[in-house]
Design a protein around this ligand. Structure first.
Ligand SMILES: *Cc1c(COP(=O)(O)O)cnc(C)c1O
Length: 376
């Protein structure tokens, strides 16, 4: 049996929603986008959501709008996708990588505190795999030291920890609607914020820094629009928003399905002493974006090859960023990153998504069992 790493769950409702946009006037940012922004803000329990073209762009605009720029240091984790750190560099600031907690793979607040210098301006926390960082601890550190706290919540739309959800304690939380994420429009992103002024600034920055987009101008007597600051081109289209809105209603149901699948995988991993898995703190509800196992580094690549050869789609989320060529060449590490490097060399992500079938999970586990015997 071939088991895909990821499959989307778009259906008739999404097709009809896109058809309705095509029957209308506005393909680009308009009512459909504004409706999604309101609905997503309601889902998250925050006052403002600003949609953008990607999570990468969301992080970049959030850093700019919160005043992070040249000369600033931004503390973050090396155990994430490169897009958690590249926006820091594009903003003109420097990433300072600190090591992660060995059991969760998440940014370690104690190490964040120890890495603060007079140049530190912000923290970018990543809710890896769907499990939230200790945002209460990070918020306390940020408040004590006057730092900006940004969440990369690309994995964590549905998660919470100690009753706190993504976007509740950060100055800005950034989401991804990339093809493999739990809410997707193929590509897309959003920034959730508490502050209205910040939301308005982000709306301007996402569209060239101009004061009114086409949808605000349409149907009114012509008025000149103005460019108030140097902005970017990162707005979401009505077509993307049409794909996203029906999925919002199914987020919780699909999360429940992934919880069930995670329990099935957990049972297998608990009986396989050669595999471990990242732990989820007892007070956390994981967003369950990925199902990742850790194996011994010396046989990780052989395991990936074995799974692939047997029709099991897999991925690595992630090798430590600091082990990638560009970062090796261009970013000098100030701290030991041993846990992140070891996790990065141990990681295998298994097929995991809300339309995965029970017998597909069984197939994956059978192939894992065979891999263990033949790779011994
Ligand atoms: C997917 C992802 C991103 C980037 O999202 P895009 O929407 O593709 O820009 C950033 N951070 C993490 C942790 C991700 O998984």
């Amino acid at each position: 049996m071939k088991v895909e790493f990821h499959r989307h769950a778009m259906g008739e409702e999404e097709k009809a929603a896109v058809a309705a946009v095509l029957d209308g006037l506005f393909l680009t940012t308009g009512e459909e986008v504004y409706a999604f922004e309101r609905e997503f803000a309601d889902y998250l329990g925050v006052p403002f959501v600003v949609t953008v073209a990607s999570c990468t762009s969301a992080l970049h605009l959030a850093l700019l709008a919160l005043g992070v720029g040249p000369g600033d240091e931004v503390i973050t984790t090396p155990m994430s996708f490169v897009a958690s750190a590249t926006p820091i560099i594009h903003a003109g600031a420097s990433p300072v990588f600190v090591d992660v907690e060995p059991d969760t793979g998440l940014l370690d607040p104690a190490r964040v505190r120890a890495a603060i210098t007079p140049a530190t301006r912000a923290i970018v926390a990543v809710h890896l795999y769907g499990t939230m960082c200790d945002m209460v601890a990070l918020r306390r550190i940020a408040d004590e030291r006057g730092l900006v706290l940004i969440e990369d919540a690309a994995h964590c739309i549905e998660g919470s920890r100690g009753g706190v959800r993504a976007a509740h304690l950060g100055d800005a939380a950034c989401f991804s609607f990339y093809a493999t994420k739990t809410l997707t429009s193929g590509e897309g992103g959003a920034i959730a914020v508490q502050d209205e002024g910040l939301a308005l600034r982000l709306r301007r920055l996402r569209l060239h820094g101009i004061d009114r987009g086409p949808a605000e101008r349409h149907g009114k007597p012509y008025q000149h629009w103005d460019m108030l600051e140097l902005g970017h081109k990162s707005n979401m289209t009505n077509i993307q928003a049409a794909l996203l809105r029906p999925q919002l209603k199914r987020l919780e149901e699909r999360h429940r399905r992934r919880e069930t699948l995670a329990v099935m995988y957990d049972r297998f991993v608990e009986g396989a002493p050669w595999l471990t898995r990242p732990s989820v703190p007892t007070d956390a509800r994981s967003g369950r974006h990925l199902y990742t196992v850790w194996t011994e580094p010396h046989r990780r690549d052989a395991l990936l090859a074995f799974l692939g050869a047997n029709g099991i789609g897999c991925a690595v989320n992630y090798r430590a960023m600091t082990d990638l060529s560009w970062f090796r060449k261009n970013v000098r590490n100030r701290f030991d990153l041993g846990h992140a490097e070891r996790i990065g060399a141990s990681t295998v992500s298994l097929p995991f998504h809300s339309v995965l079938a029970d017998d597909e999970v069984q197939s994956v586990c059978e192939v894992l069992e065979r891999a263990h015997t033949s790779l011994r």
